[in-house]
Design a binder for this molecule. Structure first.
Ligand SMILES: C[S@@+](CC[C@H](N)C(=O)[O-])C[C@H]1O[C@@H](n2cnc3c(N)ncnc32)[C@H](O)[C@@H]1O
Length: 183
């Protein structure tokens, strides 16, 4: 993935491999984006380190846009999940990302990704991974931000297509975008 990103970006950007809870790029940026529920991979303690680190890398008036889904405190039904098919050249595959378990009370969720290669040299191969992730409610997410250098200046619902409507910070859903600014 790193090589692919480097090839695609060419001279237009730099790809850095690092632990997002502890990195030092030696400069500040005008903005940052974290898509696809990436921050759910971090425990609350790791998220705190990540946000400290991000604050050191952003200009004072910069925005940090993060896509992090939030669940209801008593939610039981699956939170994340999608299926899609992809192909390039003679390779075709399906990807399934499913929620296996959600423990809202402890803020944990277990998710499974399954890639099945349908056509191409590796046809028949199945790649499965289990991901233990954090499940945030609006209240626990707000508390985590309050203990961090960031405040949430706006929340958007990314499900709606086109212009994303602004929603209350108490909104739940899997495709919420949070606009964070340093306090
Ligand atoms: C949802 S994926 C995002 C991938 C990429 N941003 C993209 O657009 O395709 C989240 C990625 O974060 C990685 N990850 C989890 N914990 C990490 C950490 N502490 N530091 C860096 N990456 C981490 C996971 O392995 C996973 O590949």
């Amino acid at each position: 993935m790193v090589e692919l990103a480097r090839r695609r970006l060419g001279e237009r950007g730099t790809v850095v491999v690092a632990d997002m809870t502890d990195f030092d790029l030696g400069r500040r940026f005008d903005g940052a984006v974290s898509p696809i529920n990436t921050l759910l991979h971090l425990t609350p303690a790791q998220l705190a380190h990540h946000l400290e680190c991000m604050a050191r890398h952003l200009q004072p008036d910069a925005r940090y846009l993060v896509q992090v889904g939030l669940i209801e405190p008593d939610q039981r039904k699956p939170f994340a999940g999608s299926h899609w098919e992809a192909s390039r050249g003679d390779v075709r595959l399906t990807v399934a990302w499913v929620d296996e378990e959600l423990d809202a009370a402890h803020g944990r969720s277990r998710q499974r990704s399954r890639i099945e290669v349908l056509e191409g040299e590796r046809a028949g191969e199945i790649i499965e991974e289990v991901h233990d992730m954090t499940a945030w409610t609006p209240a626990t997410w707000t508390d985590a931000l309050e203990a961090s250098p960031f405040g949430e200046v706006a929340t958007y619902d990314g499900r709606k297509g086109g212009q994303w409507p602004r929603v209350e910070p108490t909104a739940t859903g899997s495709l919420l975008w949070h606009e964070l600014a340093r306090r």
